[in-house]
Design a protein around this ligand. Structure first.
Ligand code: C2O
Ligand code: CU
Length: 533
């Protein structure tokens, strides 16, 4: 196995990713950052130099479980202190499974400013995947604003709340078209296809707010991987992606090679006010120059408010028969987590079972491992909400609290989490992509309405559940996942919408923290971890 060393200078630079010039957080001058490539079993070492001047940072390796290295998860407030301006921090971790992963800032709402990219982990030579292709390309999808992180974050913390607007553009591989672009501005090439060849597209979404559709005009896509797990292949014309999800799709260049085709991303789930993200799939035979841009109509995006095809896709994602990891037959503990938007202390917040998460000044990993008991809320949050009495279709009545609480899980136990969506105070309801750090979970099922343990537990898919690390919670519905708490450390589980986690939409799990090896002092220095040996 190899060790891949990277040195990243993180700094603000003016960028015009969508024809509007604004500050972006760059990695060695690039926004989004470079793709990290490695082979399964390799070690990745990233030395991060924070040159942001007046802003902290921390980088999370999304989908990498950090087995044996929980301090390298990059989650500021959970696994490390922030990397201060002028400081250098080194992440070192093993990529133990092939697949498509992501990385991004995990400090405040910094991801909004563009500190993100993809991680591609290949199988070692000689290991065959359950599909074949000629070439591969990465496709990173983002949403983009002309406002700064601070305008967004201060707005969310204000009373009355100023919600982030709909994004001004959608980026494909870091380029997009806002209304500031002239219609004649050239479009980026997604990739150049040779007729008859098959391409693997590793597609990831790191939007801050939007759920997306992705289409390539005239072509269907065969989904073969999700979040680093091989799935039973299925064919789509439109792929839906939630923030934090990755997919590999196979695309055969089987259309008329005398012209080019649109690739388009569009907002779904929220009323669409953002122009499509656009790129060109270009055909060229042999050494011919790529064909001219397509002149025909762009592909028609799916109706933004039609949830049915999105749920259908979620249900179609099951484990590849030859690569399925069987789920344990039953859970040792079940958490029923109600997602509500509450008014707490004169602020609009998100709460889970009435608790809105605030990160403590001392990272949990340090305070728990070192027994600094006053550093976080000692009272554990409730395992379940009052699911018999609660009416999910009316706005929440009870008030919530803001706390830095933790669920402590028995090491090795099997945990079911059922996420329950409910009406917001404004009567609306949204899709929330939930992402778990440190683990993959089996996706046991999705349902409409209120989850009923007696009725619905028996209907879980234990036959061929896929493993993922990010899963949507649909409007007015529930999503059930199962994982084994076998990775000593402290792990965040949260909605992957930046505004939502910033408003408290997350919970923290601890398991086996006493088994964690000696913590590196580089993660310390803030709160009560100052001066710890
Ligand atoms: Cu990609 Cu905690 O997130
Ligand atoms: Cu959310």
């Amino acid at each position: 196995a190899k060790v891949h060393h990277h040195t990243w200078d993180i700094e603000y630079q003016y960028k015009s990713l969508d024809c509007f010039r604004k500050l972006a957080v760059t990695i060695n001058g690039e926004a989004p950052g470079p793709t990290i490539r490695a082979t399964r079993g390799d070690t990745v070492v990233v030395t991060v130099r924070n040159n942001l001047g007046t802003e902290n940072t921390g980088i999370h390796w999304h989908g990498i479980r950090q087995i044996g290295s929980p301090w390298a998860d990059g989650t500021v407030g959970v696994t490390q202190c922030p990397i201060l301006p002028g400081e250098t921090f080194t992440y070192r971790f093993v990529v133990d499974r092939a697949g498509t992963y992501l990385y991004h800032a995990h400090y405040g709402m910094q991801r909004v400013a563009g500190l993100d990219g993809m991680i591609v982990v290949s199988e070692p030579d000689g290991v065959v995947e359950p599909f074949a292709y000629d070439q591969e390309h990465t496709v990173l999808l983002m949403d983009w604003w002309n406002t700064s992180v601070y305008e967004q974050a201060v707005g969310l913390a204000s009373d009355p709340l100023v919600f982030v607007t709909e994004p001004q553009s959608l980026l494909i591989n870091g380029r997009g078209r806002s209304n500031y672009c002239s219609p004649a501005a050239p479009l980026p090439t997604l990739f150049t296809a040779a007729p008859g060849k098959t391409y693997r597209l590793r597609i990831g979404s790191l939007t801050s707010l939007s759920s997306l559709s992705f289409q390539i005009e005239g072509h269907s896509m065969t989904v073969v991987e999700a979040d680093g797990h091989y799935v039973k292949p299925f064919v789509v014309r439109t792929l839906f992606l939630y923030s934090g999800e990755t997919y590999s799709v196979l695309l055969k260049a089987d259309q008329d090679p005398s012209r080019n085709y649109w690739a388009a991303s569009n907002v779904v789930g929220r009323k669409r006010q953002t122009p499509s993200g656009l790129a060109i799939l270009s055909y060229a035979a042999g050494n011919d120059p790529p064909r001219a841009p397509p002149t025909e109509q762009q592909p028609v995006p799916p109706a933004w408010d039609d949830v049915a095809p999105r749920k259908e896709q979620s249900r179609a994602i099951v484990a590849h028969p030859d690569h399925a990891v069987p789920a344990p037959p039953a859970a040792d503990r079940t958490l029923l987590l109600l997602n509500t938007q509450n008014r707490i202390d004169n602020h609009l917040r998100w709460a889970i079972n009435g608790v809105s998460l605030r990160f403590p000044a001392t990272p949990y990993l340090v305070s728990m491992k070192r027994g600094l008991r006053g550093a976080y809320e000692q009272r554990p949050p409730a395992d379940a909400y009052d699911y018999r009495g609660y009416d999910i279709s009316s706005p929440p009545t009870a008030n919530g609290t803001v706390a830095s609480a933790v669920y402590r899980l028995a090491l090795g136990s099997v945990v079911d989490v059922v996420l329950q969506n409910a009406a917001m105070p404004n009567g609306k309801n949204e899709t929330h992509p939930w992402h778990l750090h440190g683990h993959d979970f089996w996706v046991l099922g999705y349902g409409d309405g209120k989850f009923d343990p007696e009725r619905d537990t028996g209907r879980f898919n234990l036959r061929d559940p896929v493993m993922k690390n990010t899963v949507p919670l649909y409007p007015m519905g529930w999503t059930a996942v199962r994982f084994v708490a076998d990775n000593p450390g402290v792990w965040l589980f949260h909605c992957h919408i930046e505004a939502h986690v910033y408003m408290g939409m997350g919970v923290v799990f601890e398991e086996g923290v006493d088994r964690v090896a000696r913590l590196p002092t580089s993660i310390m220095g803030c709160g009560r971890s100052r001066g710890l040996p």
